[in-house]
Write a protein that binds this ligand. Structure first.
Ligand code: ADP
Ligand code: ASP
Ligand code: MG
Length: 446
């Protein structure tokens, strides 16, 4: 069997939903599971509703809800007919009524929490998959809809919940029926706690659902269908001349995703690793193009791609007491742990340590605690530009080329060597796109 995941732009309207179903139909004999995102922009609209209900703004939140409902109904009516349409409208109305009830209750309570946020965000994928189910049936396909909230079980870390692997595998493998000639449809991104509260896997999390399902069902392959042809040498929105990478290793793809290549969610690769499942990234708008195949290992060394992550904060701590002492690093990292803040990059010298953090919500408290150890500096508005490729350091011209092309850029921090596949540079946020373009021109000339 295979898993095919389609992102928001791939199901943004009736025409694209049909393009999606045509891609699935061609592979119907491979017993496909279709994992689907919300229609493009809908998760953002739901996010806005969640924010407004927290402020008790009933009419504004209901207006967006009504727009979301109308969008789905109009899409369904444009290409589904007869009994299939009647059932589709009924299902959409039932789900929208449930959302309205939640919104009204939360407005009264002026409640915003991560928990209520996830409850509201879960509706986008529920709505898009209802349309796909009835349209697939309308086209004569055998199709069945499964509820991911009953299959993907997570912890209660709402908005970025972590799957409970064994339980999820057991539920999916025992309940999701697949067979040649039929498409099983599931929602990406959404899940629930063991107690049944809706959770989400974090924004962009449908990719992760796809590989979770792929691993549970021991899929022959997972295909991630999006709006670009595969993983490219850089984000094509930044470097116009970016081109598709034919094959890339699990580690390289995971590193790129972690450091900002939005094309796949950072956790996507992890479920595929143990079983060595190939993960394809392909373009719904150009289905004839091969795309990228992500596999356990790819021979050869050298730079594969450049990613970037904006809005990073750099925290530095220096203390002469660090000289020849031990235990400092432990004390420093205990503080980050206390505030549940993940550290991305680290550089140390004899008397100082610099780290980058993505989530700066606790940075003031962290700085206060760190100041008991030494002098603390906090610099916001930084970016990480990350160059990824197997055994980069073995190419003895690589560093010289990188740094000579960055003449004039104030590179604030550099890390290389902690992994053999990643050179990361911390630069001012306003220089990010230019740095990416310059490096891209240097290593991937037009
Ligand atoms: P989907 O809705 O299908 O999940 P996303 O918007 O999440 O799609 O991801 C696709 C986008 O990722 C592309 O449109 C592109 O701008 C961006 N992107 C960032 N880095 C890369 C890269 N290295 N290769 C391809 N796309 C990238
Ligand atoms: N719909 C969710 C989002 O917009 C999940 C996804 O598209 O992967 O983040
Ligand atoms: Mg995505």
């Amino acid at each position: 069997m295979i898993v095919l995941k389609f992102g928001g732009t791939s199901v943004q309207n009736a025409e694209m939903m049909d393009a999606t179903l045509s891609i699935v139909e061609k592979q119907l004999e491979r017993a496909p599971v279709l994992v689907c995102s919300a229609m493009s922009k809908v998760t953002d609209q739901l996010q806005e509703i969640a924010r407004l209900v927290g402020e008790g703004k009933e009419s504004e939140s209901e207006a967006i809800l009504e727009a979301v409902r109308e969008k789905h109904l109009a899409c369904a009516r444009s290409f589904i007919s007869g009994m299939n349409l009647a059932k589709c409208e009924q299902d959409l109305d039932t789900v929208c009524a449930e959302l309205r009830a939640i919104v009204r209750a939360l407005v009264m309570l002026k409640e915003w929490s991560k928990r209520s946020n996830d409850a509201i965000l879960s509706f986008g994928e529920r709505l898009s998959t209802i349309i796909l189910l009835h349209r697939a049936r309308g086209r004569g396909m055998e199709a069945e809809l499964f509820d991911s909230r009953e299959l993907v079980k997570t912890d209660d870390n709402f908005t970025a919940a972590a799957p409970i692997e064994d339980l999820t595998n057991r539920l999916i493998s025992s309940q999701v029926r697949t067979k040649p000639g039929m498409v099983a449809i599931m929602q990406g991104f959404i899940a629930s706690t063991t107690g049944g509260a809706p959770t989400t896997l974090g924004r962009g999390g449908s990719d992760y659902t796809a590989t979770i399902v792929g691993a549970a069902l021991r899929a022959d392959e997972v295909q991630i269908w999006t709006d670009v042809t595969g993983i490219m040498t850089s984000d094509p929105r930044i470097a116009k001349s970016a081109r598709t990478i034919d094959r890339i290793s699990y580690r390289e793809a995971a590193e790129l995703a972690y450091f900002g290549a939005k094309v796949i969610h950072p956790s996507t690769i992890q479920p595929a690793v143990n079983l060595g499942i190939p993960v394809w990234v392909k373009n719904t708008f150009r289905p004839g193009e091969a795309g990228t195949c992500i596999i356990p290992n790819v021979p050869g060394i050298g730079l594969k791609a450049i990613a970037c992550k904006k809005g990073i904060t750099l925290v530095s701590i220096s203390s002469s007491r660090m000289l020849l002492a031990y235990g400092f690093l432990r004390r420093i990292f205990e503080i980050f742990e206390k505030y549940q803040t993940a550290v991305d990059l680290i550089a140390t010298s004899e008397v100082s340590v610099s780290v980058t953090i993505d989530n700066a919500s606790a940075v003031n408290a962290i700085a206060r605690d760190l100041s008991e150890i030494g002098t603390v500096g906090v610099e916001a508005d930084k970016s990480i530009v990350c160059l990824v490729g197997q055994d980069l350091w073995k190419d003895t011209t690589f560093l010289a080329r990188t740094f000579s092309s960055l003449k004039g850029t104030p590179v604030r921090m550099i890390t290389l060597g902690s992994s053999d596949i990643n050179l990361s540079l911390v630069v001012p946020v306003e220089s990010t796109d230019e740095v990416v373009r310059t490096l891209h021109d240097e290593f991937f000339p037009r």
